[in-house]
Each structure stands twice: as C-alpha cells, then as structure tokens.
Write a protein that binds this ligand. Sequence first.
Ligand SMILES: [Zn+2]
Length: 270
Amino acid sequence: MGASPTPQNRPNSSNLAVATKFNRAQLKMNTQNHTVGPVIEHYTVAWICALQEEYNCAGRMLDEEFNAPDFDAKDNNTYLFGRVSGHYVIIGCLPAGVHDGISAAGFGRDMARSFPNIRFALLVGIGGGAPTPDRDIRLGDVVVSQPQRTLGGVVQYDLGAYMSGDTIKRTGQLNSPPAVLLGAIPEIRRLQSDPRKPDRIANHISRMDDMPEYQRPAQDRLYRTGYLHQGGKTCDLCLEDRLESRENRPATTREVTAHYGVIASGNSGL
Ligand SMILES: [Zn+2]
C-alpha cells in the first residue's frame, strides 16, 4: 500500500480521479498481456479456506490467475489472486496448523485492511453431513448457508451453555449472510434446477480431473449413528455390517446436489 499522505502527495479529488483512470487503463493492459495483475482496488470478493486441501481446490476455480498487487507489508497472510467471471477474487488460507476462531479473526482483519473494497468474504470448506429422513445429504453435496426461521444461517453448535446430559442450550448465533448474497440465491437455484441450462458447476469441477486425490470416491459409506470409527485415515477397519443401507439416489441432470439451510459450525469436529 502507498505511504501515508505528505503535503506533496495528499490525495485530492482531482488526483484521485487520475488514479482511478490510471487503474482502469492498467487493468485493461493487464488483462491483455497477463504480466501484472489488477491493483488492490479491483478486488471485491474474498474466499477464505481453513485447510490446505480446500485452498488447493479453490485455486482451480479461478478463470484466470494474477500476480499479487503491492499490498500492506504488515499483512501476515498470503493470498492467491484471480478472476471468476467478472469478479476479482482474493483466495486466502488460514495460517498452517492453526484453525481456531482467534486466528481466523486476525486473518479477516488483515485482509480487510489490505483490501478495502472487499464486499463480502465467502468461507468455503469441507463439512461433515448428518443426513436425516427429510435431508438426504450425501458425499460430494454442497450446502449453502441460508437463514431459516429464527436462525441466521450459521449456528455455532459449541457456543452455548452446557446442560446436563451433554446437551447444549444455544445462547448465540452468527449473523446472516450479506443481503447481496441472499439476493443471488433464487437466481442461482433457478439456473441449477433448469435442465436446459448448462451445468456450470460440473464444468468447474472438471478442472480438477487431473487431481486424483480430489475425485469423488466410488462408494459413499454412511455408518449407523452410534457406531464408532475404528481408527486410521480410512474406514478400512470399520465393519461393513454397521453401514446404513441406502437406496441409490435417483439420477439427475446435475453433477452436484445443493442444499440450502442452516449450517452448524464449531471449534470441534463433527
Ligand atoms: Zn470409519
């Protein structure tokens, strides 16, 4: 970022207008020859990941990558810069090895200071699904946070008062997603549910076809409630006869099934 204003370079309305014109001209030049990226002011969308795996995949979703603009040296984060459709996006990953709320807050603060035009930040990551009889959630589905009744869209399940019998009485919740995102949901759902429209999510996912570790497994195994994982990174030691029996999902024209509703979040895993 620039130095603090001195009498010689203190901004006034006329040189700000020049700066804006310069940025536009520079952006035009940049998108033509890809050598330098857009400037700080162009970035309006932030995408935050908590895990390395999430960051690796997020990078593949960019239509174009840019070099980092010259930003605040006091910002401890590293970012990936790019474009998705007409949006200039910053992708950031929380510091390696720390995934608590405090480091996430520091991360967000640095990002907001370095990129003042960010309109919203999307937290995108891997979640655990807990299917119910009315919510057939499967491996590879996408869940989008949306307010429901009195709930804001994300409920912190370990924020509350511990009651007897290991139950938690919820004492707080997080704010709703910004209105601009909630306003976009009906149109996204229309495009996704109309089989005459192209499956744009499938198109994006195919960008990871050469990343074998990120492919959907052949089987989606759901163990019965109460059965404990037998250890190890995979379920190789877990017993087949403890699996929940489920019908195959009816075929759809879409690669990914999306659910909209309240997401539970917490500092301990599900
Ligand atoms: Zn297991």
